[in-house]
Each structure stands twice: as structure tokens, then as C-alpha cells.
Design a binder for this molecule. Structure first.
Ligand SMILES: [Fe+2]
Length: 250
């Protein structure tokens, strides 16, 4: 039996040890709890068992636990310049069997670690059993939904260290990928607007219908694009909204 009320309290106590006056700590803490809620919602709408729903929520709570040590030790969230934060999280949870405080039952540990390990990879690794694969997909969807949520309200200064990005061009390859329903390859991204538009491409890697429903309900895509209204972004808006509607209707 999982006890997520206890898990939430253990997590809060853990996060409280970090410097909350640092806005980046606060940002990640809030992100984690929203992702846990989204994961729970997706699992519930997929009509999974109570046990699977609880596990999805718990993985949501734990998926970014490595962020705090990453920030404390390296002062950055950029994995490329520091550590893979998923692997850091697994290390934190394994140290002194910290995971036991979140979850008493060892039978879940393998799924939890594998779902965390896969949450930030470009693609899920091959060879996972069906239960682990399911949980890996749920956490990836929930995480992406909250990243899109962040883009609705986070200021450009924090994201790009610039007041505005709208005057920058979108590289043709980036636009082409977005209008072909393909995730944008990093090598094509040259400007901040490229990065901005590419983020919307996360939806092309979303698995579940309930996730698309959340995106539509919250209207994240339109709200993101409303912040940067250009003719190219309007083309992306049209394509992406149709893509979401199609996924919901499937
Ligand atoms: Fe993460």
C-alpha cells in the first residue's frame, strides 16, 4: 500500500532544507507538485487501478528530486553543464535507502527508478515491461504538460535573459518540423524564437488522450502563442490545434 500523504510530507521536509529564497528552488518545488497532480489525473482518466494511480502520483513527486542537489552543487539546471538530473535523483533516493521513507514496499522500487531514469530522455529505452512502460509514459506526459504550463506565465527574462524574443526570426527548418508534426532537432535551433517554437513541439511526443484533453482544457498552446504573435507562429497555432483535436478524436 502506498501512502502519498506521507510521501508528500517527506518530500516537503526534504525540499525545505534547500534555500527557498532562491526562485529556482521554488520553481522546481512547485513544478514537482503540479506534475504529481497531472500524473494522478492522467492515470485516473486512463481508468487505471488505485494502485497504479497512486504509483503514478508518487513517481510525479519523485521524478525531479535530483534537481535540488543539482542546483546546490552545480548552481544550474542545465544537465549538459552538470549532471543528468534523473540519475542524480535516483542516487539521492538510493542513498541510505531514502526511498523507503516515501514508499515502504520494495516491489515498486524498480518501476520508480526506471520511470525516473526515462523521464528526461529523448526516447524511452527499449525492453521495459508493460507496467514500467506505462508509468514511464505517464510521467513523461505529466512533465511535458507542466513545461507547457510554465511557458504560459514564465517571463522571457528568466527563460532567455531577454525582455522580448518576438523580433527574432524562426529558422525555416524549425518551422518545417513544427508543421510536419515532428519534434525539432536541436541542431536546427539557432534563435530564442526557435527554442520557443520548439518547446511547443513537445506535444508531438505526448502519448495519452487524457493528456491532450488537459492541454486543450487549459488552452496552453494558444496562451503560449498569444505571447508571440507572428505570421509563423499563427501557422504553428493552426497546425498544432488541429493535431490536438485529432488526437482527442482518435
Ligand atoms: Fe525532470
Amino acid at each position: 500500500m502506498l501512502d502519498n500523504t506521507k510521501a508528500r510530507n517527506v518530500l516537503k521536509t526534504y525540499i525545505d532544507k534547500y534555500d527557498f529564497s532562491n526562485p529556482r528552488i521554488k520553481l522546481k518545488a512547485n513544478h514537482i507538485f503540479r506534475v504529481a497532480d497531472a500524473a494522478k489525473k492522467i492515470a485516473t482518466e486512463l481508468n487505471l487501478t488505485k494502485e497504479e494511480i497512486d504509483l503514478a502520483e508518487l513517481i510525479g513527486l519523485l521524478h525531479d528530486i535530483g534537481r535540488f542537489e543539482q542546483l546546490r552543487v552545480y548552481d544550474t539546471f542545465k544537465d549538459k553543464e552538470s549532471v543528468n538530473h534523473a540519475e542524480m535523483g535516483i542516487k539521492v533516493l538510493k542513498e541510505n535507502n531514502f526511498i523507503k521513507q516515501f514508499c515502504n514496499d520494495e516491489k515498486y522500487y524498480d518501476i520508480i527508478f526506471k520511470a525516473i531514469y526515462n523521464h528526461n530522455r529523448y526516447k524511452i529505452e527499449d525492453g521495459l515491461d508493460s507496467e514500467t512502460l506505462l508509468q514511464a509514459k505517464i510521467i513523461r506526459d505529466a512533465d511535458k504538460i507542466d513545461i507547457l504550463n510554465l511557458l504560459v506565465f514564465e517571463n522571457f527574462e528568466t527563460l532567455y535573459k531577454k525582455k522580448e524574443i518576438i523580433d527574432e526570426p524562426i529558422t525555416q527548418n524549425v518551422l518545417d518540423s513544427m508543421l510536419e508534426g515532428k519534434q525539432v532537432e536541436r541542431k536546427y535551433q539557432k534563435t530564442s524564437m526557435d527554442d520557443w517554437a520548439s518547446n511547443i513541439g513537445y506535444i508531438y511526443d505526448i502519448y495519452f488522450k487524457p493528456s491532450f484533453k488537459i492541454l486543450k482544457e487549459k488552452d496552453y498552446i494558444n496562451k503560449i502563442i498569444d505571447r508571440t504573435k507572428t505570421p509563423e507562429m499563427e501557422k504553428i497555432r493552426e497546425y498544432v490545434n488541429k493535431y490536438i483535436d485529432r488526437k482527442i478524436a482518435e
